[in-house]
Design a protein around this ligand. Structure first.
Ligand SMILES: NC(=O)c1ccc[n+]([C@@H]2O[C@H](COP(=O)([O-])OP(=O)(O)OC[C@H]3O[C@@H](n4cnc5c(N)ncnc54)[C@H](O)[C@@H]3O)[C@@H](O)[C@H]2O)c1
Length: 250
């Protein structure tokens, strides 16, 4: 899979699946803009992308803030004058919560981080993609939105289901503009955040219950994202690609 000459924007690129995706896009020949609130973290990953021989642009950006997102898209246009791929990866939730323990503020925060961020990035990028005659958007959903196979938290389950609804809506809305919109729904993946969210013994039990007997690796999720971002997926839009070691089969 090659993306030579393509310009890609990846949100939440300082860590985990976002960092792995930025590195993999670089290896595939794309020039990569990396957005994250963690400025030093995203600069470090940008240097790793440059080591693959590709160009990279680190942009300290809060994807929940419209002005920040707009500034990032303008910086990308100023540098490369186009934008072919948007990966809406930023998202997640910091701690397990029973529904009765979710505060109003936490509900709003998780919806803003996982759902509003996708809206803000799409809204900023769509005019650029329309002008140039096409593009590809890949949204990160989750196994929890597919079957509830793993216990997470209500706000996160709601948010990741919303991401699938947005993916299908946008696929239909933008197909005539040559813009494909798809989702990847990872199973439980061994990122720092996820390993920290549960006691090790519980993680071991959860991994053992997955048919392949382990969590996914960020690089394995990145492969699926890069496939959907590439011309190899030319006839695919509105789809959800499950990458979960059999954790759900839908
Ligand atoms: N890891 C999993 O098991 C798993 C499973 C299913 C879906 N996902 C989804 O995959 C995506 C990546 O998950 P991960 O585990 O790699 O996450 P992670 O926590 O490892 O990384 C998230 C990144 O987002 C950044 N970030 C946080 N707030 C931000 C903001 N406001 N603006 C910009 N960046 C911000 C963080 O600094 C971090 O670098 C998420 O959307 C998550 O919901 C993950």
């Amino acid at each position: 899979m090659r993306l030579d000459g393509k310009i890609a924007m990846v949100t939440g690129a300082a860590k985990g699946i976002g960092a792995a995706t930025a590195r993999r896009l670089g290896e595939a020949g794309a020039r990569v803009a990396l957005l994250d609130v963690d400025g030093p973290g995203v600069e470090k990953v940008a240097r790793e992308v440059q080591e693959t021989g590709s160009e990279a642009l680190a942009l300290r950006t809060d994807v929940t803030v419209a002005a920040d997102v707009q500034a990032a898209v303008e910086a990308i246009a100023a540098r490369w004058d186009r934008l072919d791929v948007l990966v809406n990866n930023a998202g997640g939730f910091p701690r397990m919560r029973g529904t009765e323990d979710i505060t109003d503020a936490e509900w709003d925060e998780i919806l803003r981080f996982n759902v509003t961020s996708v809206f803000l990035c799409c809204r900023a990028v769509i005019p650029v993609m329309r002008r140039q005659g096409g593009g590809r958007i890949v949204n990160l959903s989750s196994v929890v939105a597919r079957s509830g196979a793993v216990l997470t938290a209500l706000h996160y389950a709601a948010a990741k289901a919303a991401v699938l609804g947005m993916t299908r809506h946008l696929a239909r809305e933008l197909a005539g503009d040559g813009i494909a919109v798809n989702a990847v729904a990872p199973g439980t993946t061994a990122t720092e955040r996820v390993l920290a969210a549960r006691p090790p013994e519980e993680s071991r039990r959860l991994a053992a219950a997955i048919p392949v007997g382990r969590f996914g690796e960020p690089a394995e999720i990145a492969e699926a994202v890069v496939f959907l971002a590439s011309d190899a997926a030319g006839f695919i839009t509105g789809a959800t690609l499950d990458v979960n070691g059999g954790q759900t089969m839908v």
